[in-house]
Design a protein around this ligand. Structure first.
Ligand code: ADP
Ligand code: MG
Length: 297
């Protein structure tokens, strides 16, 4: 089950919330939709689920155009909105049965979903008696009642305590085994913990769209080194596996290498062979965090 977003633009009155956003998600991926508050994540998700319309662009879910055929597309989508709208005075099981009736889903599905999200021991309680983590499970159960192949989760872990966080992340991962999941978050570690792929969005534009594995195994490393004297660039040019360098201050260099091996020892050898001393030596790892800061700043 795929998602295809093509050049989607959304303008609220005079504000452009999304600007020509495009991406494609194939079956069975868990995608982290990462961006600061106001980036446009919820807007994109509301458009994907057919709750609001874009001004321009197209969205296809399993090759069904959500604008042309919203009902058919929505049958394939499970949606947990940002502020999980539950009827808090209802009992968990009663609420899910009510949702199942509205969406004409077999009652037996309710029990299956209660099991899937780990709600069995709380299912007899009122929703407002549950912790936030369990309330999110109710929202997730409601989202998967009709067994959708695409799950759209808008900040499903916001407001959870650390234990609940871990549990809900694990649940999302489990659900992602047979569904395409797009979930939004402003927490970087979450993306690293749960996703196969990250889409970074800021000010309504996609800045990065990459498989996480690609980010993690990137062979590039940048080393910041301060020598005790001025060094000619010709000498630096002799370093092995060199990609680029920058001479920031007089004796400090940021040198980028492409090699799996830790290049600090090579820099050390280089200094020794040429008779320089090293005053400091640091690796700057380009993880998701630095990447995020780079692209959103
Ligand atoms: P995110 O979910 O990433 O925090 P949103 O999609 O909610 O971002 O919002 C993107 C931008 O659009 C924000 O600047 C927000 O203020 C604005 N916005 C969102 N919804 C509306 C609306 N209904 N009317 C006007 N502006 C809106
Ligand atoms: Mg939002």
């Amino acid at each position: 089950m795929s998602i295809k977003v093509s050049l989607v633009t959304k303008i609220y009155k005079d504000q452009k919330a999304l600007n020509e956003v495009s991406f494609y998600a194939k079956k069975g991926q868990i995608i982290g939709f990462l961006g600061p508050n106001g980036a446009g994540k919820s807007t994109m998700m509301k458009i994907l689920t057919g709750f609001i319309k874009p001004n321009f662009g197209h969205v296809f879910v399993d090759e069904i155009d959500i604008l042309q055929n919203p009902i058919e597309a929505q049958k394939r989508i499970g949606y947990l909105p940002e502020h999980n709208p539950l009827y808090s005075d209802m009992y968990v099981r009663e609420y899910l049965q009510f949702q199942a009736a509205i969406f004409k889903v077999a009652k037996s599905q309710v029990e299956t979903c209660i099991e899937t999200v780990g709600l069995a021991i709380e299912a007899h309680k009122k929703i407002n008696q549950l912790s936030k983590g369990y309330q999110q499970r109710v929202g997730l159960a409601a989202a998967i009642l009709h067994n959708p192949k695409v799950l759209i989760l808008d900040e499903p872990t916001t407001g959870l305590d650390p234990n609940q966080l871990v549990e809900i992340r694990a649940l999302i991962k489990e659900l992602g085994k047979d569904k395409t999941v797009l979930f939004s978050t402003h927490i970087l570690q979450e993306v690293e913990a749960v996703c196969d792929r990250v889409i970074i969005i800021n000010k309504g534009e996609i800045l990065i769209d990459k498989k996480l594995a690609v980010l993690k195994v990137s062979k590039q490393q940048t080393i910041e080194v301060t020598f005790d004297c001025k060094i000619e660039t010709q000498l630096i040019d002799n370093l092995p596996s060199l990609v680029s360098y920058q001479n920031n201050e007089n004796f400090t260099w940021c040198i980028t290498f492409e090699n799996e091996e830790d290049m600090r020892s090579k820099v050390f050898d280089f200094a020794q062979e040429n008779g320089f001393k090293i005053l400091s030596l640091n690796t700057q790892n380009k993880n998701l965090e630095t990447l995020f800061r780079e692209v959103t700043s």
